[in-house]
Design a protein around this ligand. Structure first.
Ligand code: ZN
Length: 218
């Protein structure tokens, strides 16, 4: 995955405490897997403290200023020791921040059919406007082409997938919104397990979307 401004903005919002609980779980899990983002977060926390001391009511930088800050902060990252887990579930693919939500290994969860080759395990409060779930995408299977009515964060826990923009492997976060129409395809060789949060509904596009629109008269 290529690091992008959307990921930096996400980390900055996390440092500022502006994310929903569901989004924060995704970011915390990503941080457990990504030393570079942990370094970034430490920088952002210093910035947040500085902005708070400076009396700013709303310690968030606009995107253009954030881009300037990121250039200054763009230094090599020191290696970080692998995280030790103290959790009950014996599954090394599940980073510590996610373990308190799961009492079984990934294979043993009560997966439900979502699309051919794709199964889902819902987490969190179903009444929340943000939907958080785990996805299991079988090797070479795809999530049908779709776009989003809100934001979508998808963190890869195991395996990987490719969409029209990039390849995402373990620890990478795929960030999508209303401007993105994509069809994630899992890598060959193993299932891809992901943690996803969506805000607002997803709208099918492509062949499935045309059939859906025809049936529903949209
Ligand atoms: Zn999507």
């Amino acid at each position: 995955m290529t690091r992008n401004i959307e990921l930096e903005e996400l980390l900055f919002s996390y440092a500022a405490g502006h994310l929903s609980q569901e989004e924060a779980v995704v970011v915390a899990t990503h941080l457990a897997l990504c030393p570079e983002s942990r370094k970034r977060l430490a920088d952002f926390e210093v910035l947040q403290a500085f902005l708070a001391d400076d009396g700013a009511d709303e310690p968030v930088l606009p995107s253009e200023q954030l881009a300037d800050v990121l250039c200054v902060l763009d230094e090599p990252v020191a290696p970080v020791a692998p995280e030790k887990s103290g959790a009950e579930v014996e599954d090394n693919r599940i980073p510590k921040p996610l373990r308190e939500y799961l009492d079984k290994s990934l294979e043993n969860l009560a997966w439900r059919f979502k699309f051919p080759g794709v199964r889902e395990y819902a987490l969190g409060d179903r009444r929340s406007s943000k939907k958080i779930s785990l996805l299991r995408i079988e090797e070479n299977a795809s999530i049908p082409s779709h776009t989003h009515q809100g934001s979508e964060l998808t963190l890869v826990l195991s395996g990987g997938f490719t969409d029209s923009r990039d390849h995402f492997g373990r620890g990478d976060v795929c960030i999508a919104d209303t401007t993105v129409d994509h069809r994630p395809v899992a890598d060959p060789g193993e299932p891809c397990f992901c943690l996803a949060v969506t805000d607002g509904s997803v709208r099918l596009t492509g062949p499935y979307g045309r059939i859906f629109d025809k049936i529903t008269g949209r």
